[in-house]
Ligand binder design. Structure first.
Ligand code: A3P
Length: 290
């Protein structure tokens, strides 16, 4: 099957042109956010879909119907993807609290977000696991370049030449917004370790009550096994020309530390060195466990 990859460059980062046009990107950066909006911001493969599901359940007070009947890209539309533009148009007209999703870097969206007072939820993940997940995703996503070998892909990931650019810049950019935005930081690893506690903290941050029954429904519905089988969350509805599911599943493994099965000692040392150069002693406000 042929790849659809066309690369667009926007604000210094390369993006899949099949999904993004200059027009759709300009639309994203001038999006009229409202104070009641909730924006999920992530680097790819960091737990975006998981957070979309968690917030869907939180906002529905544990009613699983929306999560089981409406695709996630309609529940929490992407700001920058032309493919889901219709969903964004629909949500634009919604009166209630709107849930939006983006992979764009902070420098692009922060001005509009700061002005609007919208709430932001930033999900980060151990970058070694992000690299592994992103590599496998490239194999099934026909709108991304063929990743070649893992070693080749890892080099590009560390150089920041993959789509959406450098993981380091993305995380540092959004971390830098701590004093400027109403922002909630969480890690994929934290969701794994304590989904209950994180849902409670999210409920407090969003001012959205979380009854014990809601929490139970949320935990059950947002488990990896349930989401893997939910066509409204697992991207199986996306046409084969865009995601070739014979090459792997979007809901692939859902574990912490899969990098250990992929990295050679040499690749690990290289990664650690690069991490130190880029991040120094900068800590995320929430833990992750490699
Ligand atoms: P893996 O490829 O490591 O399995 P995103 O939504 O940002 O693209 O991230 C996708 C990654 O999150 C995939 O990681 C996917 O399996 C994982 N994921 C999605 N839902 C999950 C859940 N409920 N529990 C654990 N991992 C989940």
């Amino acid at each position: 099957m042929e790849r659809l990859d066309v690369t667009e460059t926007f604000s210094g980062i390369s993006l899949p042109g099949h999904l993004h046009t200059q027009e759709s990107l300009s639309f994203a950066v001038t999006f009229p956010f409202r104070p009641t909006d909730v924006v999920i911001a992530t680097y790819p493969k960091s737990g975006t879909t998981w957070m979309q599901e968690i917030l869907t359940l939180l906002f529905s007070h544990g009613d699983v119907l929306p999560a089981k009947t409406i695709p996630n890209w309609e529940r929490a539309p992407w700001l920058e993807q032309i493919y889901f533009r219709e969903a964004l148009q629909d949500v634009q007209d919604a009166a209630a609290c709107r849930l939006l999703t983006t992979h764009l870097p902070a420098r692009v969206l922060a001005p509009a977000l700061q002005q609007s007072k919208a709430k932001v939820i930033y999900v980060a993940r151990n970058p070694k696991d992000v690299a592994v997940s992103f590599y496998h995703f490239h194999r099934l996503a026909k709108f991304l370049p063929d990743p070649g070998s893992f070693d080749t892909f890892l080099t590009q990931f560390l150089e920041g030449t993959v789509h959406y650019g450098s993981w380091f810049d993305h995380v540092k950019g959004w971390l830098g917004q701590q004093q400027l935005l109403d922002i909630f930081y969480v890690t994929y690893e934290e969701l794994h370790q304590d989904l209950r506690g994180t849902a409670q903290r999210l409920s407090a941050f969003l001012g959205c009550p979380l009854e014990p029954e809601t929490l139970a429904a949320l935990e059950q519905h947002c488990s990896f096994a349930t989401m893997r089988d939910n066509a409204m969350a697992n991207y199986s509805l996306i046409p084969i020309e865009i995601m070739d599911h014979s090459q792997g599943c979007f809901m692939r493994k859902g574990v912490v530390g899969d990098w250990r099965d992929h990295f050679s000692p040499w690749q690990n040392a290289l990664f650690n060195r690069r991490y130190q150069e880029e991040m120094g002693d900068l800590e995320l406000p929430v833990p992750w466990h490699g």
